[in-house]
Design a protein around this ligand. Structure first.
Ligand code: SF4
Length: 508
């Protein structure tokens, strides 16, 4: 098991004394349900300051080292220096919203800025229908219509629309799960600030970007001004070294970390991931790592950008970005070290992501189904990993196994990419041979339950091994359902036995 070497607290930051004005559901303007005039007054008070006519002076003060997150926020707030705990006005590079929170955000934007107001920058707002898409629920369908009308009215450049729900493939603009689509479409760039009305926006920290979730009220304000008031989080450092055993995936690493620090262990803190193991991870695996920092309460997660990042971005964006890295002497609030070579496959048992256990310790837990999907575990490499286990086993699955690709691109990869060592078979062929359900239309699917007719929704109190990120009661549908969070390796191995299963049973 990993060793926890040090978790020292810095004296410069006392979270108890801080007022959390910039958090996802901040009291900034959202706490006041007052009438429009009063609201305008609040907005006037909250208006961002005019830009300084000259660069801030650096002479006469001692310059100190900063972490990546501090540097990104310093650039975005036009400051040369800042401290954890400071509240700063931040210029936002990208604002993302989706079908669940988009209508609310639009409503607040229109109410506060006016029915005819224009968004601050039509090219910096990305709108992605992804949550409740393939359903006959009228209110869910209406949400997508609201997004479409707004994007047309505002001439929003990046709107990934779906009009024909009967066949996602005839909607070329449609992508699927927002966090994976943001990466695939080149909206995640090092050194920038990306905000989204979704708690897993932290996924984009994999690109060395400051990315975090905000509430609809803050998003409505960003929509009108391009700015947000943020408290600078202190940074925790996670050093992951050692060769990654080939039965582990990034999901095991983040479950290890959350199990170590608990679901409140990184509350309003930045989590920076470094070390030789992190450097060896692909971009999709880095996304898995950063995706779940919010399950530890983290404000954001970051991985320093490197050649892997630059290569991934090569054909995805022509926007110039500026990478930043933590200074050698940057102040981290705590350091955690892990020897990855000693880790074993993990699960998070019901009903909390920090309820960590070794997969092999749960071998007597009988399961009813397996779900492979979501922004955390529904990417191309997640399906390749599951196919690898199925291929190695030569067996058929023993429980219903649902596959929900995150995006249209992932769906295409499942049907086109050869699985290494398979003699040219695609994931879809292997999934069919072992008896999995046919890969579904890309979306959030049953990751968060959704309307009752959502594909693979848990409508009965069943036990599920899932590659998703949350296992709270009711998360995937039925409130008495039990969800074991796991890597795609562990999920596939469990599908083959009908019990929670350590993938080493098939991979070694
Ligand atoms: S896949 Fe799940 S966790 Fe990810 S954005 Fe959708 S609902 Fe949220």
């Amino acid at each position: 098991m990993a060793s926890l070497l040090a978790a020292s607290k810095c004296s410069f930051f006392n979270p108890k004394k801080e007022f959390d004005i910039g958090s996802s559901f901040s009291p900034s303007i959202s706490a006041h349900r007052c009438r429009r005039r009063a609201m305008r007054k609040v907005l006037a008070v909250m208006a961002p300051p005019a830009p300084s006519p000259r660069s801030p002076a650096t002479t006469g003060s001692v310059k100190h080292s900063m972490t990546m997150t501090e540097k990104i926020l310093a650039r975005a707030s036009e400051r040369s220096q800042l401290e954890p705990g400071e509240n700063v006005w931040v210029n936002v590079d990208v604002l993302m919203t989706h079908d669940v929170c988009g209508p609310g955000t639009i409503g607040i934007f229109k109410r506060e800025f006016g029915q005819n107001a224009k968004v601050w920058d039509r090219e910096k707002i990305v709108i992605i229908p992804d949550h409740y898409i393939f359903t006959s629920d009228e209110r869910a369908n209406r949400n997508v219509d609201i997004l479409r009308d707004f994007c047309s009215e505002q001439n929003i450049k990046y709107f990934y629309d779906i009009k024909d729900l009967s066949n996602f493939k005839v909607n070329p603009d449609y992508k699927g799960v927002c966090h994976v689509a943001l990466a695939q479409e080149g909206h995640c760039r090092p050194g920038e600030v990306l905000l989204g009305t979704d708690s897993h926006t932290c996924n984009a920290g994999a690109f060395g970007q400051f990315a975090t979730g905000i509430g609809n009220t803050d998003a409505g304000f960003v929509m009108g001004t391009g700015k947000v008031l943020l408290k600078v989080p202190p940074t925790m450092k996670f050093i992951l070294d050692g060769e990654m055993p080939d039965y582990l995936l990034a999901k095991d690493l983040i479950l290890q970390i959350i199990g170590e620090i608990t679901v409140a262990g990184a509350t309003y803190k930045s989590m920076e991931f470094v070390g030789s193991t992190v450097e060896s991870l692909t971009m999709e695996e880095r996304m898995t790592l950063c995706n779940m920092v919010v399950e530890a309460g983290g404000k954001n997660g970051v991985v320093p950008a490197d050649e892997t990042t630059f290569k991934y971005l090569e054909d995805k964006t022509s926007v110039k970005y500026e990478t930043v890295y933590s200074d050698d002497n940057a102040r981290f609030i705590s350091d955690y070290k892990f020897d990855v070579s000693k880790l074993e496959p993990l699960v998070a048992k019901p009903h909390s992501p920090d309820n960590r256990a070794l997969a092999r310790e749960c071998k007597d837990v009988k399961i009813d189904r397996v779900y492979i999907g979501s922004c955390t575990g529904g990417k191309t490499e997640d399906f390749l990993a599951a196919a690898r286990v199925f291929l190695a086993s030569g067996k058929k699955v023993k429980v219903p196994t649902f596959l929900v690709p995150a995006t249209q691109k992932v769906w295409m990869d499942i049907y086109s990419l050869p699985v290494p060592g398979s003699g040219g078979k695609t994931c879809s062929q292997i999934f069919e041979e072992v008896g999995c359900d046919v890969p579904a239309s890309p979306s959030c699917g049953a990751c968060l339950g959704g309307p009752r007719d959502t594909y693979a929704r848990m409508n009965e109190p069943q036990v599920c091994v899932s590659t998703t990120n949350r296992n709270f009661p009711g998360r995937m549908g039925h409130k008495e359902g039990q969800i074991y969070l796991a890597s795609p390796y562990t999920a596939a191995a469990s599908a083959l036995t009908g019990f929670v299963t350590d993938p080493r049973e098939f991979l070694m």
